[in-house]
Design a protein around this ligand. Structure first.
Ligand SMILES: Nc1nc2c(c(=O)[nH]1)N[C@H]1C(S)=C(S)[C@@H](COP(=O)(O)O)O[C@H]1N2
Ligand SMILES: [Mo]
Length: 370
């Protein structure tokens, strides 16, 4: 399939941190990300495993097959005839904040993301549930697999990026086959003409350029479900990993980041505004964010912004605290709590894994008050 030069196919903000050019992988500096609750498309992070595929919208069809009594093949017009829903949801890559893990011990062959592999948008499209209802799901179906139209080349094989989600999640109203992002047509770099959006799950399950939906008894056997995106214990290395036994990632864990002050900043004496974002996984919500300036001995509670109302539980939450600090160097750490009372581990070394996934250790920032 012909591919766009990914750097020409869209307009991205010039200050994006580019982690890889071909394929294009980039995200905004976190302090820029924190300026808008809904991330403008030009700032929204991009995670591509292969070049952006060229898709002719007129010829496009989405087969829905497998354990379905009424297999479908839908054109974009037909997809648009299903009721349109909008869902605000934050996408977060399982590799977000990997840099902290990489600093502990090298993580091989993965992008060195900082805290910019995350963004928030309003996704518009058809509910996957409505489409599955039309396909008449058979009783044995346990998983819904997605296959992208991009072309990954690995060990002599060529295949699309894929993954799956459990049937219960697929039938939940927040899972969308999106053709719009922030009220505009979904850009090719973000999966246009059609992508899956699975709120509360690792970004990898939100398959872009979706070319196939399959109802099946088992999770997808695609490389990115069966092998990649699995979590191993700290002592396991890439060479002795038993791929069958890794924890298959799905729901995100609770996480947060301090977007300002930035690491190494020098700030003027007075009241210092500490700001950041926090996220919860699955259908949980961020309930509280704590800050400490003494390494976790004592804590103060940050104020959660009200940008997202209670119905928008798929979005991140922005938080802020005003701290009065004496002149000198300070290290501030943060931890978020979700609605199941989960919180973040203090230290990334205790959760280190050789792929560098799911770092949700306390973020820490050292800065100077002058
Ligand atoms: N077809 C396809 N879908 C994909 C990917 C991909 O490389 N190919 N990357 C996944 C990963 S790992 C993430 S984090 C999100 C990123 O979505 P974005 O580029 O719109 O931010 O898309 C997911 N969907
Ligand atoms: Mo990702």
């Amino acid at each position: 399939m012909p591919a766009h030069d990914s750097t020409e196919s869209f307009d991205k903000h010039p200050s994006l941190i580019i982690r890889e050019l071909h394929p294009f992988n980039a995200g905004p500096p976190p302090e820029l990300l924190r300026r808008a609750f809904i991330t403008p498309q030009e700032l929204f992070f991009v995670r591509n495993h292969a070049p952006v595929p060229a898709i002719d919208a007129a010829d496009y069809r989405l087969p829905v097959k497998g354990l379905a009594q009424n297999a479908l093949s839908l054109s974009l017009d037909e997809l648009r005839r299903f009721p349109k829903h909008e869902v605000m949801a934050t996408l977060q890559c399982a590799g977000n904040r990997r840099d902290v893990m990489t600093a502990i011990r090298p993580v091989s062959g993965e992008l060195p993301w900082g805290a910019e592999a995350i963004s928030n948008a309003i996704w518009g499209g058809a509910r996957l549930r409505d489409i599955l209802d039309a396909a008449r799901v058979e009783g044995e179906a346990r998983h819904v697999a997605f296959l992208g139209l991009d072309e990954i080349k690995k060990k002599g094989a060529r295949f699309g990026f894929g993954g799956s989600i459990p049937i219960e999640k697929a039938l939940s109203p927040e899972v969308i086959l999106a053709y719009e992002m922030n009220g505009e047509a979904l850009a090719p770099v973000h999966g246009g003409p059609l992508r899956v959006v699975v709120p509360g799950y690792i970004g990898a399950r939100s398959v872009k350029w979706i070319g196939e939906v399959t109802l099946q008894t088992d999770p997808s056997d695609n490389y990115y479900q069966a092998r990649s995106y699995k979590l191993f214990p700290p002592q396991t290395t890439v060479d002795d990993a038993d791929w069958e036994r890794g924890l298959m990632l799905g729901e995100l864990s609770v996480n947060s980041f301090i977007t300002s002050p930035v690491e190494g900043a020098v700030v003027e004496d007075g009241t210092i505004a500490v700001q950041g974002y926090a996220t919860a996984g699955g259908n949980r919500r961020v309930e509280r964010v704590d800050l400490s300036i003494d390494g976790g001995a004592t804590w103060t509670t940050a104020t959660l912004d009200d940008d997202a109302d209670a119905t928008q539980s798929w979005a991140w939450r922005f938080w802020e605290a005003q701290l009065d600090l004496p002149t000198g160097a300070h290290t501030v750490v943060a931890r978020a709590w979700d609605s199941a009372a989960n919180t973040q581990p203090a230290d990334a070394s205790t959760i280190w894994n050789f792929k560098g996934y799911m770092n949700n250790a306390w973020p820490r920032v050292t800065f100077k008050v002058r």
